[in-house]
Design a protein around this ligand. Structure first.
Ligand code: AHM
Ligand code: MG
Length: 334
């Protein structure tokens, strides 16, 4: 069987005028960085990459060694290619400017270098999430406000899943496409064309230990699912919660489901748990491109006008029927 690689897929997208040469280069460079992160993740204890780094990030969270390694790999890989105006990382407080000795391009790259990092030390899947915007002020040095564009402005988004196999899942606004890393060849092979989220589902993902902290609409929705065939939904639902957003979203892209990290009393003062720019927006673009839906419970995630780079937000995404139902409960206020 003839194998199509990520490189070939991207060249074909460029020929079809769906991406610019610089965006193609950008995605190739991110994919190269993902391969390097994958090598580090898979070595685990053999390479002394597990455990705490002994530092806190901008969010005040303790960084793992692999958070720091993945962040460095992405920053260094993307600095010199000439395709970027600047970068922003979940792990870095300020905008990361391109060093003066390198040429600058027209794109802004945002990433969560290692998502789900509480899972690293227990050898469970983690991921990388990224988002690409155009630099609105083409000739000036980007500032935080250059990045504060709604998710609907993203020109590309994707994630890497470091699971039993390493996958890169990507959208440039023409469907969602998955590539599996062939470790022997060192290349990503196009294995999952046009991934879709089924409209209906009987599977949900939420951290149930927060139940007592949720708002009324989420309490109502989850109680109805848990009542199963004897409740108002008239059928049984199943729970899955990896606590790695990438793994939970990947499952939903594969067989459907709803993922929720709603507002709760514990994170209300921060606006939510997950980050708008590094997690919610790229995942919302991917899920919508795959035929699903993504809201905060009150509005479409991709319409939210960001006010801060490290802003947090409630996230409800996945199979459209279920997302619409939870959103309707929020609009109802109960
Ligand atoms: P991180 O970026 O610091 O790893 O945090 C984000 C992660 C998501 O991947 C996951 O859905 C969530 O946090 C899990 O949270 P919890 O530990 O509350 O279940
Ligand atoms: Mg994260």
């Amino acid at each position: 069987m003839r194998r199509v690689t990520l490189t070939q897929y991207l060249i074909e997208q460029q020929r079809a005028a769906r991406i610019s040469p610089d965006l193609r280069l950008l995605i190739e460079v991110v994919a190269r960085a993902v391969k390097a992160i994958s090598v580090n993740v898979s070595k685990g204890a053999l390479a002394d990459v597990l455990g705490e780094a002994g530092t806190d990030n901008v969010q005040g969270e303790a960084q793992k060694k692999l958070d720091v390694i993945a962040n460095e790999i992405l920053l260094q890989a993307n600095e010199w290619g000439g395709h970027l105006a600047a970068m922003a990382s979940e792990e870095v407080e300020e905008v990361h400017q391109i060093p003066f000795d390198y040429p600058k391009g027209g794109y802004l790259l945002l990433f969560d270098p290692l998502d789900g990092s509480s899972n690293i030390d227990v050898n469970i899947s983690v991921g990388t999430i990224f988002s690409v915007l155009s630099n609105p002020t083409q000739d000036e040095e980007p500032t935080e406000s250059s990045f504060l564009q709604p998710g609907s402005e993203q020109v590309a988004a994707g994630y890497a899943l470091y699971g039993p196999s390493t996958m890169l899942v990507l959208t440039v606004g023409h469907g969602v496409h998955g590539f599996t890393l062939d470790r022997e060849m060192g290349s990503f092979v196009y294995t999952h064309p046009f991934m879709t989220v089924p409209v209906s589902t009987s599977e949900y993902a939420i951290n149930g230990s927060n139940m007592r902290h949720w708002e009324a609409p989420v309490q109502r929705y989850i109680s109805e699912l848990q009542a199963g065939s004897s409740g108002p939904r008239g059928r049984d639902f199943n729970t899955r919660w990896v606590a790695s957003m990438v793994a939970d979203v990947h499952r939903i892209l594969t067989r459907g489901g709803i993922f929720m990290y709603p507002l709760d009393a514990k994170c209300a003062d921060k606006g939510g748990k997950l980050r708008l720019m590094y997690e919610a927006n790229p995942m919302a673009m991917i899920v919508e491109q795959a035929g699903g839906a993504a809201t905060t419970g009150r509005e479409r995630i991709l319409d939210v006008i960001p006010t801060r780079l490290h802003q947090r937000i409630p996230v409800i995404l996945g199979s459209a029927e279920e997302v619409e139902r939870v959103t309707a409960y929020h609009v109802d206020g109960r």
